[in-house]
Design a protein around this ligand. Structure first.
Ligand code: ADP
Ligand code: MG
Length: 351
């Protein structure tokens, strides 16, 4: 039995069809990340799970119970927002315990729960403070604390780290990951940040315009992208994609790439297609069958790594390397086993 199940979900705002035929089954205990560009429907989907947005068509089931018509408060789901959604006039204790007041439990039990959550989140010393006396990271911990005390079946996170600066973001990322391992909680987490998705998720849902492009482990998303959208969305800088026109196809095994004859056994493609190679898979050493002499246009130094920008036959090519570059004229090597092929419709061709 799936823990969380989406059946044919459809959602429009007026003429704008935001989610269409969305189907997904999630196992118990998993950290699921919805990843996709801004506006692709991630928050809408999350809000439908929480009951904050009406479902036009289809079903959402939690442990086989239909959620569609349940009040948000009856769903046993807790949501954490990007904006923290704390009450400014209440202190941390009151903010964390807010959701518990409506439950029939004693003051002592409430106190226990709040302190337990505060310990987990390392904010025990802040219980008397108001939100305005807290840093962004501390506020987000309070918001998470409020979710934890409700002991929900499912946690929903909507871009919880987007308002934090880079250093705090990576710190909180690690905290959230630890929290998941500790509480063995079920999490659906929305982000547009591929690093968050890759580091936090057991499985990633790559979304595009309200559809699922791929649902897989982070590793499979990276190594086995199903199409060009996924291939370009994961990885930084983006995968290099080059179009091969049908008149550059020489025979069943051979095509022309920037004036070089490339042989792939049993290629068997007749129409236009695409080849892809990740910047980090292009070598500056003698590793790879396909070589090009290039001149560098720009070097971006990131410290341990460098991003090299150049062009071949007028097409930009991006390379990631940790080598020290002294000469602007270099040879690059493209290993054939690192090359991805995509058909006319941008779907991956397995070889
Ligand atoms: P994401 O979270 O992936 O950035 P959203 O789910 O917020 O995307 O939005 C998806 C689309 O739905 C966008 O085009 C957005 O403008 C639209 N949308 C979201 N909420 C509403 C609303 N309450 N009314 C009208 N349009 C909305
Ligand atoms: Mg959103």
């Amino acid at each position: 039995m799936a823990f969380l199940k989406f059946e044919d979900i459809d959602k429009s705002f007026g003429e704008n069809n935001v989610i269409s035929k969305f189907n997904l089954e999630v196992e118990k205990g998993k950290f699921i990340v919805l990843l996709g560009p801004s506006g692709c429907g991630k928050s809408t989907l999350l809000r439908m799970i929480a009951g904050l947005e009406k479902i036009d068509y289809g079903n959402i089931l939690l442990e086989n119970n239909l959620l569609n018509n349940l009040l948000p408060s009856k769903r046993q789901i807790a949501m954490v927002f990007q904006s923290y959604a704390l009450y400014p006039h209440m202190n941390v204790f009151q903010n964390i315990s807010f959701g518990l007041k409506s439950e029939k439990i004693s003051k002592n039990q409430i106190k226990e729960k709040v302190i337990e959550a505060a310990k987990i989140l390392k904010i025990e010393d802040l219980l008397d403070r108001r939100p305005k006396e807290l840093s962004g990271g501390q506020r987000q911990r309070v918001a998470i604390g409020r979710a934890i005390t409700r002991n929900p079946k499912l946690f929903l996170f909507d871009e919880p780290l987007s308002n934090l600066d880079a250093a705090l973001r990576s710190e909180m990322r690690v905290e959230i990951s630890k929290l998941h391992k500790k509480l063995k909680s079920n999490i659906v987490y929305v982000t547009h940040d591929q690093v968050e998705a890759m580091t936090l998720a057991d499985k990633i849902v790559i979304m595009n315009k309200g559809n699922i492009e791929q649902f897989d482990t982070p590793e499979d998303i990276y190594t086995e992208p199903k199409n060009i959208f996924v291939a370009e969305f994961i990885g930084n800088p983006k995968m290099n994609i080059f179009k091969i026109k049908s008149n550059d196809i020489i025979d069943n095994n051979t095509f022309n790439l920037f004036g070089k004859k490339i042989v792939f056994e049993n290629l068997n493609i007749k129409n236009d297609f695409f080849i892809g190679i990740r910047p980090e898979d292009i070598s500056l050493e003698n590793k790879g069958e396909i070589t090009f002499e290039i001149t560098l246009d720009l070097i971006e130094n990131l410290g341990s790594e460098k991003i090299l920008y150049s062009h071949v036959n007028g097409k930009e090519i991006r390379i990631k390397s940790s080598k020290n570059i002294k000469d602007k004229n270099i040879t690059i090597y493209l290993p054939k086993n690192k090359i991805y092929l995509f058909d006319n419709n941008k779907n991956r061709l397995k070889r």
